[in-house]
Design a protein around this ligand. Structure first.
Ligand code: PLP
Length: 301
């Protein structure tokens, strides 16, 4: 498909982090920079969309439809990817239309996505909405599902010396990317998901539902690094992200990667990830989400 030619797979190759806490634990930490894949469809969202778009084209789908909130990385990625694939698309957006559209929604519209605003009550009943438009090709909210996980499983095929890593860490929302990473990892590797939601006790089950039993890697989910809940960003997190930019020239976002990178540092410091490990952190993108912050909050983005 033509989009693949737009993507900078050569740019995402790992960055090594140097820091006293890594020296102390005699561990190594590399980052897979999916944020550098493309300025618009950055991060994991393209991987989760790729097989949906391929199916839609194969099945002659006329219109793609999906769900998301006003700051959704998935909405922007879907809008752009559909435009590039020549597929019209509709985004069902949670909540009433506000006076001023978010940058996310403005961008999505500029890539040709048609927006339909749905009250929060109706949004909860997604099945009803889908039934009203049976001829659409539906992509679940956030790209959750087996098709998305299959796409996410291809992420690790871009990692040189993949087998040398002992741990693979990534931010987790719906669990789709995590399921893909578990599929792509080997039996000696530990996959660790950092849940960005507060008390999302259904997450383990959601991940298991996307696995088929042939996976050999072990995995677990950390639930204590949500910083107050989904998209919550207390000053401590803002400060941490600024510090990572200064120290490592690493841009992080407030919803996903900032929390996951913080968790990775803590796990290495506290030896939850044992000394002598070789850790791969997946930078899953999402930097557009920082545009919801006041200008100047971070020197990047
Ligand atoms: C969507 C997203 C995630 C979470 O992916 P899931 O497959 O929903 O778990 C992680 N990081 C970023 C930057 C994202 O946009």
């Amino acid at each position: 498909m033509s989009i693949n030619n737009l993507l900078h797979f050569e740019a995402i190759i790992t960055q090594n982090i140097l820091s006293p806490w890594l020296l102390d634990s005699q561990s190594r930490l590399s980052l897979l920079r999916l944020d550098l894949l493309h300025p618009i469809i950055s991060g994991n969202k393209w991987f989760k969309l790729q097989f949906h778009l391929a199916h839609a084209v194969q099945n002659n789908a006329k219109i793609i439809a999906t769900f998301g909130g006003a700051y959704s990385n998935h909405i922007v990625a879907a809008a752009f990817a559909c435009q590039q694939s020549g597929l019209p698309c509709v985004g069902f957006i949670r909540g009433e239309q506000s006076q001023e559209l978010s940058h996310t929604l403005r961008d999505a519209m500029s890539y040709g996505m048609q927006l339909r605003f749905v009250s929060r009550t109706l949004y909860r009943e997604k099945e009803n909405i889908m039934q009203q438009y049976p001829h659409y090709y539906w992509i679940p909210e956030g790209g959750y599902g087996i098709t998305g996980a299959k796409g996410a499983a291809t992420i690790l095929s871009h990692v040189p010396n993949l087998d040398s890593y002992t741990h693979i860490v990534a931010a987790t929302g719906t669990g789709t990317m995590l399921a893909g990473l578990i599929k792509g990892a080997n039996s000696k590797q530990q996959v660790i998901g950092i849940s960005v939601m507060k008390g999302n006790t259904a997450l383990e089950q959601s991940v298991h539902q996307l696995l088929d039993g042939n996976e050999t890697a072990s995995f677990h989910i950390e639930h204590d690094y949500h910083f107050g809940g989904y998209a919550k960003h207390p000053p401590q997190l803002i400060e941490y992200i600024n510090q990572c930019w200064k120290q490592f020239h690493l841009p992080l976002d407030i919803v996903y990667t900032g929390k996951a990178f913080y968790a990775t540092e803590q796990m290495i410091r506290q030896h939850t990830i044992p000394a002598g490990s070789n850790v791969l952190f997946i930078h899953s993108g999402g930097l557009q989400g920082n545009l919801s912050l006041p200008v100047g909050t971070f020197p990047f983005s």
